[in-house]
Design a protein around this ligand. Structure first.
Ligand code: 13P
Ligand code: SF4
Length: 317
């Protein structure tokens, strides 16, 4: 529509004028996904933030993502259009709680999901995202004890895929993904028996989906546990008529625009992240006009956190 075109042209013009690159997470509203220079999962966006030549990064996502960009590119200005865009998962562990946990397990290696504050990353040995968690765990010698935080469902999943027993998992969760339940899976699979199934490992239903696969109640060749970036890749190549998608519903826009021959159906249509949706087209425009919303990370915290994030970014490069 003409209104979108006018807004998008203004966003691109202001970004160019400021020397800014606009990054958007896969859960952003469709207009923002489409206008951004780069749209993707949290690992991909961290890599772009680390490598960009732009003077400024405008991050359309949540606070921990913008903070991660600032940690990786401390000399650049990182703008977040609404600083109230938080994350219930990042809020499920504080730096103080992590210090206490470490004191109970001296010598353990701390692996934190990127969905954490800079202060928690500063207490971490190596970060991970949903797309590289298993590789990060495999990079740690088998005899070392691991503390994995904060997501219990991703933690259970990496334990399963790596077969490692010496991983302690923090009991945190994302309210959106925890809300995608085994009951949702049963109902949607019954209604769409031939559909392919994509599950984000933060989901409360991940274990039960894989249990159904191992009992032969779901086909192994049509069931995948993937990061949002992995889902985007799968959407581009699938020939399935229907795909059930268990993650935040913002991703459906990406999947549908990549493949119009497949029906992408949410496992739970109420799985929307209100924090991600706090970044609106109007707020993005305001940020580009005013330069307001800069992210600050205390330099000492940033230096300590950077080691953990860079150790992650280096894996798989
Ligand atoms: P990924 O994009 O890394 O899969 O992360 C999902 C998420 O919940 C981010 O908020
Ligand atoms: Fe955080 Fe969950 Fe929202 Fe992702 S979907 S930003 S993990 S609250």
């Amino acid at each position: 529509p003409a209104e979108y075109e006018t807004w998008a042209a203004e966003v691109r013009r202001l970004a160019e004028e400021r020397g800014a690159v606009v990054l958007a997470h896969n859960y952003q509203v469709p207009e923002i996904q489409d206008v951004a220079h780069f749209t993707g999962d949290s690992l991909y966006l961290s890599r772009v933030a680390a490598q960009t030549d732009a003077r400024e990064i405008v991050f359309c996502g949540v606070h921990f993502m913008a903070e991660t960009a600032k940690i990786l590119s401390p000399d650049k200005t990182v703008l977040l259009p609404d600083h109230a865009a938080g994350c219930s998962l990042a809020d499920s562990i504080t730096a103080e709680q992590l210090r206490e946990w470490k004191a109970e397990h001296p010598g353990a290696v701390v692996v934190s999901y990127v969905n954490t504050t800079a202060a928690v990353k500063a207490e971490t040995d190596i970060c991970c995202t949903s797309s590289n968690a298993a590789d990060v765990i495999r990079s740690i010698p088998a005899d070392r004890e691991i503390l994995f935080c904060p997501d219990q469902f991703l933690g259970a999943h990496v334990k399963r895929v790596t077969g490692r027993e010496n991983i302690h998992v923090w009991a945190g969760e994302c309210h959106v993904h925890a809300g995608i339940s085994p009951a949702d899976v049963r109902a949607q699979v019954a209604a769409h028996p031939d559909a392919e199934i994509l599950v984000h490992p933060e989901c409360g239903c991940t274990t039960s989906v894989l249990d159904l696969v191992s009992h032969g109640d779901l086909p192994a060749d049509r069931t995948r546990v993937l990061s949002t970036g992995g889902m985007v890749e799968e959407a581009a190549r699938t020939t399935s008529g229907q795909v059930l998608v268990a993650t935040e519903i913002g991703i459906l826009h990406q999947l549908r625009s990549l493949n119009s021959g497949t029906a992408f159906i949410p496992m739970n249509e109420r799985a929307a992240c209100r924090y991600m949706k706090m970044i609106t087209p109007a707020k993005l425009l305001h940020t580009l006009r005013t330069g307001e919303g800069a992210i600050d990370v205390d330099p000492e915290t940033a230096t300590r956190a950077r080691r953990a994030v860079e150790a992650m970014v280096a894996i798989g490069e």
